[in-house]
Write a protein that binds this ligand. Structure first.
Ligand SMILES: C[S@@+](CC[C@H](N)C(=O)[O-])C[C@H]1O[C@@H](n2cnc3c(N)ncnc32)[C@H](O)[C@@H]1O
Length: 274
């Protein structure tokens, strides 16, 4: 048996394990909402306490992370139908496996993450071909815009599980800086309300990541749209919108799904830069 890889990452970077574990676990269930064999394969190579991570994520955490990936996949596939030679940029890529679920054979893919997270990605998931480029930088180092280059064939930016870890002023600075420079690009990211932050933060801490704090809480996308005349709302998706609670096995999860929808605890914002 090959030896498993130990992980040593910074306090926010190590949170990349949570969506990976969720996608891998869901894939093993009968009728999964997301099928991600690459995530399952990857997780097998890592020396991590899966039981502890899963216990604390709980069923609603697993479903929420998979629902987020599912909705982002749908948006990316739609984008690729209109822009088959477009570019997809995954910010805070971690060990995200979107490329393996959505690639159309012609698009160009960019995965950006902090140097230590990206080094782990490179070790476990080396770029599969020359259409995939890895960028080891902070998203706040805006030189990545030059790395992406020409976006006349379209650019879709996906930022799953990243912005809630930043303070609102940093998110504002980030979006208002890139919006006028990337006109025409679409982007999608997940957000948590102030109330939802409390619950999700508790799960992250219970999973052993005591130093990773959620910072940005928001409910109304108009707040973001008002930050810049270059930001337009395409749509919002409420967590679990369109999903039956039948996807959950436990009553507490079913209740949690309803509660989540009712209170807009977690949503996806789909924006366009104009
Ligand atoms: C919860 S993980 C999400 C990983 C991945 N997006 C997914 O859904 O599987 C958060 C990711 O954000 C990355 N990150 C944190 N700060 C960042 C920054 N300033 N620039 C780029 N990535 C960052 C971390 O390294 C980590 O990979």
């Amino acid at each position: 048996m090959t030896e498993k890889i130990n992980i040593q990452l910074g306090r926010v970077q190590e949170t990349l394990l949570l969506p990976l574990v969720a996608r891998a676990k869901e894939t093993h269930y009968k009728n999964p909402i997301l099928n991600d064999t690459k995530a399952a394969e990857l997780l097998n190579q890592l020396h991590v306490d899966q039981k502890k991570l899963l216990r604390n994520l709980s069923e609603i955490g697993i479903l929420g992370l998979c629902y987020r990936a599912l909705k982002m996949d749908e948006a990316i596939r739609d984008f690729l139908k209109k822009h088959p030679n477009g570019k997809i940029l995954d910010i805070g890529a971690g060990l995200d496996t979107t490329y393996y679920r959505c690639d159309n054979g012609t698009a160009l893919w960019y995965d950006l993450d902090l140097p230590d997270s990206l080094a782990l990605r490179r070790q476990l998931l080396p770029p599969p071909n020359n259409r995939v480029t890895y960028i080891g930088k902070s998203m706040l180092d805006f030189s990545w815009i030059d790395d992406i280059g020409d976006i006349s064939n379209g650019l879709f930016i996906t930022i799953p599980g990243v912005l809630p870890y930043f303070k609102e002023e940093d998110v504002k600075m980030f979006l208002t800086t890139i919006a006028p420079k990337l006109k025409g690009a679409e982007l999608m990211f997940d957000v948590i309300s102030q109330f939802g932050k409390f619950f999700v933060d508790m799960r992250i801490k219970k999973a052993g990541m005591k130093e990773a704090h959620l910072e940005w809480g928001i409910m109304n996308p108009e707040t973001v749209v008002k930050w810049s005349k270059h930001i337009e709302l395409v749509r919002t998706i409420k967590m679990f919108e369109g999903s039956s609670t039948k996807i959950a096995k436990h009553v507490t999860t079913k209740l949690g799904m309803r509660f989540n929808r009712l209170l807009d605890m977690t949503q996806l914002f789909h924006l366009r830069f104009v």
